[in-house]
Design a protein around this ligand. Structure first.
Ligand code: ADP
Ligand code: ZN
Length: 427
C-alpha cells in the first residue's frame, strides 16, 4: 500500500479507536478529560500529539482490568509480561485481537521466506509469555507444519529438528546460539539440518551474534520485535533486506518522542518509541510509551514493503534490564532486600558467557551478619537467592560481601555493571 494510503487508513482507524477508548475505558477517559481533549478533537494522525501518554505505571495502577475496553465475556485470552511477579502486566484479547496478532506474526514468517511447505519449529516458551503462542498462531496462518516445542529440552529440540526436517526456527537469539553450539558438540555440520531461516526476538542481540548464528546453522536470521501490552511479537519484523524492522502500521501507529520532554521528534531522530493501537478491542492502548530507544526510517525498502522501519532498540529510557529474556528492574531487587532485612547496598553484575547471560548480585552484609560463620553466610545467600528467584522468575547468584565494600562513585553506589556492553548488548 502506498504510504499516503496507509496514512489515510491510520487516520480513519485512529478516530474510531480514540472514540472507542473514550467511551469504554474510564481510566483513559479521565486522562483525556484532565488534559481537556475530547474524541471530537482527533481528526487524524496529525492530532495524535494532543492525546495523553500511557506508561507502564498506568498499566500497573489499572491492574488487572482497569484498561479493559470490553466485557470479559468477549475476551478469549490473557497473556502477561515475562517473569516480573511484582510488576506483572496482563493483556486481554478478543478473538479478533488474537487474529490480528497472528496476522502480524504470519507476516513475519512470510517475510522470512515461510510458505505452506515449511516446517516451523517454535521453541519460544508457551504459556503466559507471548513468544510461543504468537509465532505458533502465525505459523498456522501461513500454513506451515507447526512444531509446538516450547523452550528447553535441547535434546528433543535437536531430535525433532533433524527427524521432522524443520525449515524455520523461532526462538530467542540466545537460545538459537545455544542450539547451534549444542548441534556442533554433537558433531552436526550446518549443512546437516534443513533449516533455512530463523525468527529471533524478545531480547536484544547484535549483528555479530546474527552472523555467528547464520554461519553455524546455515540459515538467514531475522529479527522480530513486540511487546505484550500491544499483542506480543510481530509488532515489527525484518524482511530480507535485514536493515531494520517494518512496523505493522495498519495496526500500530508509531511515534518517536524525547523521553525527557515528551515532545514528538521528526522522523530519523533517536528517541523513545511510542505506539498507538489502531484496531484493538480488548486492550487498546493510546500513546503507550515503550521505553525502547529507536530511530524510524521511511527510506524505500528493496523488499517492496512500504511500512516504516524501526532500528533494533538501541537502549532503554528507564532502568529495566533484559536478562535471559526476562525484564528485571533494580527496584524489584531492592524490594527483596528490604523485605529480607538488608539495606539496599547492592550491585548487579551482568555478563555473557557462551552467548548466555550471567547474573550476579553482590549484597553488603550488615555488621551483625559479618561475624557469622561461612556456613551461616552460605545459608543466608541461598535464602536471598530463593527470594530473588521468586520475585524475578530467574535465578541470580547472590554473594554476601563485607560491609562498605561496594564501590561508591561520588557517594552514590553504581547499581548495575553491565559487562555485556563489550558484546554490543546495550539493554
Ligand atoms: P517479551 O515477552 O517479548 O519479553 P515483553 O512485553 O515482556 O515481551 O517485553 C517487551 C520488551 O522486550 C520490548 O519493549 C523490548 O525492550 C524487548 N524486545 C522485544 N523484542 C526485541 C528485539 N527483537 N530486540 C530487542 N529487544 C526486544
Ligand atoms: Zn523491507
Amino acid at each position: 500500500m502506498p504510504a499516503e494510503l496507509i496514512k489515510k487508513l491510520q487516520d480513519y482507524k485512529l478516530v474510531k479507536q480514540v472514540r472507542y477508548v473514550y467511551d469504554n475505558v474510564k481510566y483513559y477517559r479521565d486522562l483525556m478529560d484532565a488534559k481537556g481533549v475530547k474524541p471530537e478533537d482527533i481528526h487524524g494522525t496529525e492530532d495524535l500529539h494532543k492525546l495523553p501518554f500511557l506508561k507502564k505505571d498506568d498499566l500497573r495502577e489499572a491492574y488487572p482490568d482497569g484498561l479493559l475496553a470490553t466485557d470479559k465475556k468477549n475476551c478469549v485470552r490473557i497473556q502477561s509480561t515475562s517473569g516480573t511477579t511484582g510488576k506483572r502486566v496482563v493483556a486481554f484479547y478478543t478473538q479478533n485481537d488474537v487474529d490480528m496478532w497472528e496476522d502480524c506474526t504470519a507476516r513475519a514468517i512470510v517475510a522470512a521466506g515461510g510458505t505452506e511447505g515449511d516446517v516451523c519449529q517454535v521453541c519460544y516458551g508457551y504459556g503466559l509469555f507471548t513468544g510461543g503462542s504468537g509465532l505458533h498462531g502465525g505459523s498456522h496462518k501461513v500454513g506451515c507444519l507447526t512444531l509446538p516445542m516450547s523452550s528447553g529440552n535441547t535434546e528433543r529440540q535437536i531430535q525433532f529438528m533433524m527427524d521432522l526436517e524443520s525449515t524455520i526456527l523461532c526462538c530467542t537469539p540466545s537460545y538459537a546460539a545455544y542450539l547451534s553450539e549444542s548441534l556442533k558438540e554433537r558433531g552436526y555440520k550446518p549443512e546437516d539440518n534443513k533449516l533455512k531461516a530463523g525468527i529471533f526476538g524478545a531480547e536484544p542481540w547484535t549483528e555479530e551474534m546474527r552472523r555467528d548464528i547464520e554461519k553455524n546453522l546455515g540459515i538467514k536470521a531475522y529479527d522480530i520485535y513486540g511487546l505484550t501490552e500491544l499483542s506480543g511479537p510481530g509488532v515489527a519484523f525484518e524482511c530480507e533486506e535485514q536493515k531494520g524492522m517494518h512496523i505493522n502500521e495498519d495496526h500500530f501507529l508509531a511515534e518517536i518522542i524525547d523521553p525527557d520532554t515528551g515532545e514528538v521528534l521528526p522522523i530519523g531522530s533517536k528517541g523513545e518509541l511510542v505506539f498507538t493501537s489502531l484496531d484493538k478491542e480488548a486492550f487498546p492502548l493510546l500513546r503507550y510509551r515503550t521505553r525502547d530507544i529507536c530511530v524510524l526510517s521511511r527510506e524505500k525498502c528493496s523488499c517492496g514493503r512500504t511500512f516504516v522501519r524501526m532500528t533494533k532498540p538501541l537502549g532503554r529510557s528507564d532502568d529495566m534490564m533484559i536478562i535471559r529474556g526476562v525484564n528485571v528492574f533494580p527496584s524489584q531487587i531492592e524490594a527483596v532486600l528490604l523485605n529480607k532485612g538488608y539495606a539496599p547496598n547492592y550491585q548487579i553484575v551482568l555478563d555473557r558467557v557462551n552467548n548466555s547471560d550471567t547474573f550476579d548480585i553482590n549484597v553488603e552484609m550488615g555488621q551483625e551478619d559479618f561475624s557469622d560463620s561461612p556456613k551461616d553466610i552460605t545459608l543466608k545467600e541461598k535464602a536471598l537467592q530463593d527470594a530473588m528467584k521468586a520475585m524475578l522468575g530467574i535465578n541470580p547468584k547472590v554473594h554476601l560481601v563485607a560491609p562498605k565494600t561496594i564501590a561508591r562513585s561520588e557517594g552514590k553506589a553504581v547499581r548495575v555493571i553491565d559487562n555485556r556492553k563489550r558484546y554490543g548488548i546495550t539493554i
